[in-house]
Design a binder for this molecule. Structure first.
Ligand code: SRM
Ligand code: SF4
Length: 571
């Protein structure tokens, strides 16, 4: 760790969270995971290992649909792990895809691949006995799950719209570099999962330190005008600035994040603050400065107050900025103006400037599985067999068949049509999203992924009956206030409160730069539909020209905008 900084100046004093002890005593993320793997008495992980496996990209879960039944039968919950792969920028080769497709079918209890809204995929339902072979399989095909969970820099996102291929390639390369640079350097992953015999004393964590970060940390690189990565959900963002076709540098935005705790006014969602412009070659210096500031100043006494957004509010923007300049050795310049105008993916074919074609497939909730009459997973695997190139997972849980040569386009299209992968879906469905929630998420309070499809059908009918069936509202459902479905940045957001009950938020905007405010609390689906019907009726009749729903509810005075979330979110 670099000692030249006054790292203790802004440390929050008090009793450290137990998570800090776990990291400190873990021997660089080893704990006793190896012993636990041999323990056949339980299908789960014990003690600190429950948290430590997260640094290796896994969460212990059980199927909540059958939890009570198993308790009745005096059985322990049916434990398995969810594994999240590291995939900077969402890029995966079709060769790799075929391997993960095969694995999901044969070695997971759910048989699915779940695309996440951070451009990667998860397997749900890996039994303990299969975990090691999962990591070996991933390693063999050049993938890993290191640092996709817990207190580290997570999967790095970058805009996946591949129109301008050279620029996108550059930005993707940088996303990968950032991801690699901030990986934990401990060899625990190789030792435990890949059976490598590595000298324990070689471990040092020059950037993250022995206790890693105080909390999860999220990074994006954005290519305006697309905000498909939803930058304001992230701690650290680089907005690409292009001059005469060349990427010259980035505007730096820090301190976004969406999670709250119901009724806890000390928690709030926050959009990221603009800190200024710097040139392209300094990206690693600037990123390292921000991450180490959060490492040193983030609150380790209260995990609910530990993310960068809270650090920034506590120390103030000016002090944070000075420290970035000190640690990176650069002076931030005034930001260069840019515009954002979209967040969704362009579903269907599009031709890039390199004359290659890209087909974006709409994947409802990112869940890739074979249904009895809809062989989605098989269809994608068939495309992967034919297309020797790349897929890209988007931050909207969709999949791009990327870089298709002109002479292969017809074949790919016919496979996609054969398996029903190209279909007529409404703009509303394309612009809706849900988090995973039940049955796998242990924190779920209300349904999300299983709730959304039928709910959209109802919204589609309301739109049609008001004569605006071709329009859409950014609509998101998240099963609890942790906010994985990014409902806080939606025009209409539902935030799970209890079984069948949600808080209804409105007033976010189309481009994802404004937080949605709570409009009604703890209501059921019938009440939600009734409120939304009324709002859509007003919007269809009273909006100016092409005014979006989120802007309309604010201009019409139906809801007050959230302007300064740290102070006015709970008003
Ligand atoms: Fe999330 C925890 C799923 C994106 C905020 N998230 C979880 C866990 C792991 C539950 C747990 O801790 O046991 C969920 C696993 C469910 C399951 O069964 O798969 C989960 N989060 C997801 C995914 C899969 C949702 C999806 O449908 O795509 C996303 C995985 C992203 C990835 O590939 O890394 C996912 N999570 C998000 C986002 C959105 C984003 O990053 O763009 C957020 C809000 C942004 C933010 O961080 O502020 C988010 N997840 C959380 C939080 C609250 C963190 C906080 O600041 O307090 C938790 C709970 C926690 O960390 O304590 C959480
Ligand atoms: Fe689970 Fe809550 Fe995240 Fe949904 S928002 S996946 S319910 S933690």
């Amino acid at each position: 760790m670099n000692e030249k900084y006054q790292t203790n100046v802004l440390v929050v004093k008090g009793q450290l969270e137990d998570a800090e002890r776990v990291k400190e005593q873990s021997n660089y993320l080893r704990g006793t995971i190896i012993q636990d793997l041999e323990n056949e008495i339980t299908g789960g992980f014990t003690g600190d290992n429950f948290l430590l496996i997260r640094f290796h990209g896994m969460y212990q879960q059980d199927n909540r649909d059958i939890r009570i039944e198993r308790m009745r039968q005096k059985l322990e919950p049916l434990y398995s792990v969810m594994l999240r792969c590291r995939l900077p920028g969402g890029v995966i080769t079709t060769e790799q895809w075929l391997n993960i497709d095969n694995f999901a079918s044969n070695k997971t209890t759910y048989g699915s691949i779940r695309l996440t809204n951070r451009q990667t995929f998860q397997f749900h339902g890996i039994l303990k006995k299969n975990i090691k072979s999962t990591h070996k399989m991933l390693h063999k095909i050049g993938l890993d799950s290191l640092a996709t969970a817990n207190d580290v820099n997570r999967n790095v996102l970058c805009t996946s719209n591949p129109l301008e291929s050279t620029l996108h390639q550059k930005v993707y390369n940088l996303a990968k570099r950032l991801s690699d640079h901030f990986l934990p350097r401990t060899k625990a992953y190789e030792e435990i999962w890949l059976d490598k015999n590595i000298n324990i004393n070689t471990d040092i964590e020059p950037i993250l330190g022995k206790t890693y970060l105080p909390r999860k940390f999220k990074t994006t690189i954005v290519i305006p005008p697309h905000n498909d990565v939803d930058l304001h959900a992230n701690d650290l963002n680089f907005i690409s600035i292009v001059k005469n076709g060349e990427l010259i540098g980035f505007n730096l935005l820090i301190g976004g994040g969406l999670s709250i705790e119901h009724c806890n006014k000390k928690t709030y969602p926050r959009t990221a603050t603009d800190f200024g412009f710097f040139s392209i070659e300094k990206i690693l210096d600037v990123a390292t400065a921000v991450i180490t500031i959060q490492r040193d100043w983030g609150n380790r006494t209260n995990r609910k107050n530990a993310k960068t957004k809270y650090t920034l509010e506590r120390v103030g923007i000016e002090i944070f900025k000075k420290e970035i300049e000190l640690r990176s050795g650069i002076k931030l310049q005034p930001s260069i103006p840019y515009q954002l105008n979209t967040r969704g993916d362009r579903i269907g074919w599009i031709k890039g400037i390199d004359k290659k074609w890209h087909l974006t497939l709409f994947i409802e909730n990112g869940r890739i599985i074979d249904y009895p009459k809809y062989h989605l997973k098989k269809g994608i695997a068939e495309i992967a067999k034919f297309h020797r190139g790349y897929f890209r997972i988007t931050a909207n849980q969709n999949l791009i068949i990327s870089g298709v040569e002109e002479n292969k386009k017809t074949n790919i299209e016919s496979i996609a049509l054969k398996y029903g992968l190209i279909n007529n879906i409404s703009a509303q469905r394309k612009n809706s999203m849900a988090c995973v929630s039940f049955p796998t998420c242990p924190l779920a309070m209300a349904e999300a992924e299983r709730f959304l499809p039928n709910f959209i059908t109802k919204i589609e009918k309301i739109m049609q009956s008001n004569g605006i069936g071709e329009k859409y509202i950014i609509l998101r459902v998240t099963g609890c206030p942790n906010g994985c479905g990014r409902a806080m940045l939606a025009e209409i957001g539902l935030i799970g409160k209890g079984i069948g009950r949600y808080n209804l938020h409105i007033g976010g905007n189309r481009i994802g730069t404004r937080i949605a405010r709570m409009y009604r609390e703890n209501i059921n689906e019938i009440e939600i539909i009734s409120h939304i019907s009324e709002l859509i009726k007003h919007w269809s009749k009273e909006s100016y020209n092409d005014e979006d729903f989120g802007d309309f509810v604010i201009r019409a005075g139906i809801i007050k905008p959230v302007l300064d979330p740290a102070r006015d979110f709970w008003e």
